[in-house]
Design a protein around this ligand. Structure first.
Ligand code: COA
Length: 403
């Protein structure tokens, strides 16, 4: 495109959410259920947090990656995009499957997103908004066209179910969005990211990393579970949610009266109410669903987005603020203009086609694992003619052959 003075000006690119999805484990644990295992009551949990129930992954085969994959599949379905067109997968998580490989790479493999890069993002409950911000930068600078941003958690696996201070708060689940490049103005307009590492000890999983590697003692003393100073986190959260929202709005040249919907991190109803009072935002503009899920960390904002869309709380041209806080300490807010069309009906044959590609992805993954084993057993024979021909062929199948 040529500008007024004849100089070349690239087309402005915007990043829009065009697909969204969520996944929750089937098993629901109510406050009353929890009162059977720790010294608490339904009344205490409701009045101090607003939470009524949470979903928990009790099936060992249900993991952060499987939940993230289901949410991502739904997002691709809504956007009607094949996984092969995804350029990048960012999985924000506080309960990754492993230290490495990344949960994002496991999701990439299970989706058959063969062209996508993949990495995990660690910013605790702020992670999803961090991921959106990063994905937006990749899109507006022309590096990527289609990015999956996922928030996925199985916090129940790092929760001490005998600690009433924490076990009543958290839940499992995943949410995902597809961000796509577009020339239509709107989408993500401005973001604010923050961190104050001096508060790292207020919310932490002390052991299992490189500072305090797993030992019999760390396991025996429960150092692999979430530890939290609830009151200090509460004070931090009520201050930072309003500040970050205001800052992001100012960056987007909007003020609080321009906001149609706020989707806050769903940690505690009192934190949300206090922050919104500070912003002088009417409660009907705030979307809250924490009563159903508890605090699902990185997944809470994308799950809330899905529910807000289901309940038709979001309309075209709405200005939306997403704001979160979490361990680190971290905080993040983003302002976006919603221009995505409402979910359209994807023809049934295309949905079946897509689900067939996921089955193929499973076959492909198994084949790649098998081919690596075959290749490994041929290494000893590297110099013999037939073995070299075979390993070259396997590398070519995998697309890793160096020319
Ligand atoms: N059931 C019954 N009593 C409980 C309890 C439970 N599940 N958990 C704590 N209590 C008790 C405490 O032991 C304390 O008793 P004490 O006064 O005898 O010591 C009492 O309730 C009050 O504790 P307090 O910490 O003042 O409660 P609170 O009003 O601050 O609420 C939290 C506690 C954890 C709900 C609240 O501080 C909070 O939500 N903090 C932020 C946590 C968060 O969002 N973390 C995730 C960040 S992403």
């Amino acid at each position: 495109m040529t500008g007024d003075n004849g100089t070349y000006r690239p087309l402005q690119r915007y990043a829009h959410i065009t697909g969204w999805g969520k996944a929750l484990p089937e098993r629901v644990i109510t406050n009353k259920d929890l009162a059977q295992i720790v010294d608490t009551t339904d009344e205490w949990i409701r009045s101090r947090t607003g939470i009524e129930q949470r979903h928990v992954a009790v099936d060992p085969d249900e993991t952060t990656a499987t939940l993230g994959m289901k949410a991502a599949r739904d997002a691709l379905h809504v956007a009607d995009l094949p996984a092969s067109k995804v350029d990048l997968i960012i999985c924000a998580t506080s309960s990754p499957e492993h230290i490495f490989p990344s949960t994002a790479s496991i999701i990439q493999d299970s989706l058959g997103a063969v062209r996508a890069g993949a990495f995990d993002l660690s910013a605790a409950c702020s992670g999803f908004v961090y991921g959106l911000t990063l994905a937006n930068s990749m899109i507006v600078t022309g590096q990527s066209d289609n990015i999956l941003v996922i928030g996925a958690e199985t916090l129940s696996r790092i929760t001490d179910w005998s600690d009433r201070n924490t076990c009543v708060l958290f839940g499992d689940g995943a949410g995902a969005v597809l961000l796509q490049a577009s020339a239509i103005p709107g989408g993500i307009m401005a973001s604010v990211l923050g961190s104050d590492g001096s508060g790292g000890d207020l919310l932490t999983v002390p052991a299992g990393g490189s500072k305090q590697p797993t030992t019999l003692e760390t396991v025996a003393s429960g150092q692999h579970f979430i530890k939290m100073d609830g009151r200090a986190v509460f004070r931090f959260a009520t201050r930072v949610m309003a500040e970050a929202s205001r800052e992001a709005l100012a960056k987007a040249h909007l003020d609080i009266n321009d906001v149609d919907v706020v989707i806050p991190h769903q940690a505690n109803l009192r934190i949300i109410q206090s922050s919104m009072r500070q912003l002088k935002l009417p409660t009907d503009k705030v979307f809250i669903n924490l009563q159903n899920y508890g605090n699902t960390s990185t997944a809470s904002i994308p799950i809330a987005l899905c529910d807000a869309l289901d309940e038709e709380r979001i309309k075209v041209n709405d200005n939306i603020v997403m704001v979160g806080f979490g361990a680190g300490l971290t905080w993040a807010a983003t302002v976006l203009k919603w221009v995505a069309p409402p979910a359209h009906d994807v023809p049934r044959w295309r949905a079946s086609q897509r689900s067939a590609t996921y089955s193929l992805a499973r076959v492909r993954s198994r084949f790649l694992r098998f081919s690596r084993k075959v290749e490994g057993s041929l290494v000893a024979e590297q110099d013999s003619g037939w073995s070299k021909v075979l390993t070259d062929r396997i590398s070519r199948w995998r697309g890793t052959k160096e020319e």
